[in-house]
Design a protein around this ligand. Structure first.
Ligand SMILES: C[S@@+](CC[C@H](N)C(=O)[O-])C[C@H]1O[C@@H](n2cnc3c(N)ncnc32)[C@H](O)[C@@H]1O
Length: 209
């Protein structure tokens, strides 16, 4: 597959350095201004991240967590992430795992962790794409992923897209629902569970632009 070259200025603006990304990993990665705020909740923790992408949230987590294990199904994404962690000087702080996070044997073979950061692939798949949480059409399915991880640790954060109908989140265990803004633009939700949450509440994180 031909990988389109990304504009280095765009990469620097969004991620803070001359990292490697293709069109897809560029689009799906989390802006450094959000990534560092999300990662802060994991300070000092042993965190399982899924999914790695090109490693932009992995970099932020590796700067504050005591241990980072990150799982990715796509080898080319993982190769980009390794390059990016190397560039950030953090390659040795991260354990990379290849495969599906929903594979039971992979899950049981993971080193111990006490928190999980979930960023499934919400990329738009076509003009009729509908963002769904229940019976989620993401890769991996966000609802199944969240349930699977909450069975392993109460301390979970999951990133969700702003276009989601939040009524679909009714019935989840107690959580903090955070809205993340760039200026006036609502870019993401993040749900925090367990000790990562400030309580059962709604909060706002805003990056001034
Ligand atoms: C939204 S991206 C992660 C972006 C990353 N957090 C960042 O900021 O750069 C989602 C990733 O999930 C990966 N993925 C999809 N299904 C997966 C699965 N079952 N197990 C592990 N990774 C998976 C995709 O290949 C993609 O790289």
């Amino acid at each position: 597959m031909k990988i389109a070259k990304m504009n280095p200025n765009a990469i620097r603006m969004k991620y803070g350095d001359d990292y490697t990304a293709d069109e897809r990993t560029f689009m799906m990665g989390i802006d450094q201004r959000f990534a560092s705020a999300l990662a802060e909740r994991f300070r000092g923790r042993r965190v399982l991240e899924t999914c790695t992408g090109a490693g932009f949230t992995t970099i932020a987590l590796a700067r504050v967590a005591s241990r980072v294990i990150t799982v990715e199904i796509d080898r080319s994404h993982q190769a980009q992430a390794k390059k990016n962690l190397q560039r950030a000087g953090l390659l040795n702080s991260v354990e990379f795992v290849s495969g599906s996070i929903l594979d039971q044997s992979l899950l049981t073979g993971l080193p111990p962790f006490d928190a999980a950061f979930l960023d499934p692939d919400w990329a738009i798949t076509g003009p009729d794409h509908v963002y769904r949480f229940i019976h989620s059409n993401t890769q991996p399915p966000a609802d199944t992923l969240l349930k699977t991880m909450l069975e392993r640790t109460e301390n979970v954060a999951i990133v969700l897209p702003p276009l989601l109908d939040i009524r679909e989140l009714t019935g989840l265990p107690q959580n903090e629902r955070q809205k993340l803004y760039l200026g006036e633009s609502h870019e993401l939700y993040c749900l925090y569970f367990g000790k990562l949450a400030a309580g059962a509440c709604e909060t706002v994180y805003r990056v001034p632009v």
